[in-house]
Design a binder for this molecule. Structure first.
Ligand SMILES: NC(=O)c1ccc[n+]([C@@H]2O[C@H](COP(=O)([O-])OP(=O)(O)OC[C@H]3O[C@@H](n4cnc5c(N)ncnc54)[C@H](OP(=O)(O)O)[C@@H]3O)[C@@H](O)[C@H]2O)c1
Length: 330
């Protein structure tokens, strides 16, 4: 089969499309013929040699999510049959014509969804849903601030907050990203520069002078400090990404006096049973809302498999709104 291979740690040029052996499904696994996948920041880190694949994933084929059809069943598979359209997360290897994954990590694709839209959903929506439900225990009526609001995860979070009865606010460095997020339910947004002081003032104003109930931090670094200052009493800060930095200053007195919760999350490194739990919650809570078109995939751009280098460059440009998709089979 054809697959994208990381030939050496490096820039987008380090990616190449090569012929590699087709994987064989083991017990409880299925072989998926991949129609489309999407690019994630973790793929870029892996390409640069800074985020090795977990032991159960191919070491040199990136890709954390997919939409495709079941091509073959391994022994012991009970829930699926050949030809069904499925999407989901995987620990790696989705930049390929075929992948194997555990049957419990699959979700059926709602009728009428295109392959490219389906591929843009799993990582963004499972990450955002898991952070809001498991991480932040969001309640109806609560106010949520989402940094990098035009990102894949950010736009999924905005939509999910609305469907959960919350009120989403957002920040971005580009005004067109705030404008795009409004189309997906953003209540209000702020364009930020290097000084995050105005962001804190705005977040407190949105929260009637008290601040936000929840902050989803996709950026890290100085956004962590600012996010703490944005929270009201008993607020929750979810740490999800580190694009703006892996270190932060914590105003400890404020965390104590406001009784704040700070929680981190990562999907890829979780053991199988926790990934299954996150997938089952997605199937139960999120997929029906996609079926009813209350939640929508946001696709920034679509590239063919042979255009994978340009797809990576597109995500790295920070100009995207939503997801960058790789189309593999029609
Ligand atoms: N914990 C997990 O399991 C998990 C799962 C999925 C994703 N993530 C993380 O979540 C984050 C968002 O992922 P995504 O795929 O949604 O991202 P994305 O679509 O690639 O968007 C990221 C956006 O972040 C902003 N940004 C980049 N560098 C920045 C910086 N130095 N300072 C401020 N803003 C910056 C840019 O938007 P602006 O131009 O608007 O600033 C960029 O477009 C990433 O850090 C990713 O690694 C974590």
């Amino acid at each position: 089969m054809r697959a994208v291979v990381i030939t050496r740690p490096g820039p987008a040029d380090a990616l190449d499309v090569r012929d590699v052996p087709r994987p064989v499904p083991g017990y409880g696994q299925v072989l998926v013929r991949v129609h489309a996948t999407a690019v994630n920041r973790a793929d870029i880190l892996q390409r640069e040699g800074r985020y090795p694949a977990p032991p159960d994933a191919p070491a040199d084929i990136p890709g954390l999510e997919f939409a495709g059809e079941i091509a073959a069943l391994g022994p012991g598979v009970r829930d699926w049959r050949e030809g069904q359209a499925v999407f989901g997360l995987t620990g790696g290897g989705s930049y390929a014509e075929y992948l194997v994954t555990h049957e419990r990590l699959l979700a059926g694709i709602p009728d009428g969804l295109s392959w490219t839209d389906a591929a843009a959903i799993p990582e963004a929506f499972i990450t955002a849903h898991d952070a809001l439900v498991w991480g932040a225990a969001l309640h109806s009526g609560e106010r949520v601030l989402v940094h990098a609001v035009g990102s894949g995860v950010g736009l999924a979070a905005v939509q999910l907050v609305r469907t959960m009865g919350g009120v989403p606010f957002g920040s971005a460095r580009q005004s067109y990203k705030v404008d795009a997020a409004r189309e997906f339910g953003l209540q209000d947004g702020v364009v930020v520069g290097s000084d995050l002081g105005p962001l804190v003032a705005q977040a407190r104003a949105w929260g009637d002078g008290q601040g936000m109930d929840v902050v989803l931090d996709l950026l890290g670094g100085p956004y962590v400090t600012a996010g703490i200052e944005c929270l009201r009493i008993r607020g929750r800060l979810m740490l999800i990404g580190t694009l703006a930095g892996r270190e932060a200053t914590i105003p400890v007195g404020r965390v104590l006096s406001s009784r704040l919760t700070i929680r981190g999350t990562v999907l890829r490194a979780r053991p199988l049973e926790e990934k299954i739990a996150a997938t089952r919650a997605f199937v139960h809570d999120v997929v029906p809302l996609i079926q009813r078109r209350l939640l929508r995939a946001v696709v920034d751009s679509v590239f063919p498999l042979d255009g994978v280098r340009d797809a990576h460059r597109r995500l790295e440009s920070n100009a995207t709104v939503g997801k960058v998709v790789l189309a593999i089979h029609d």
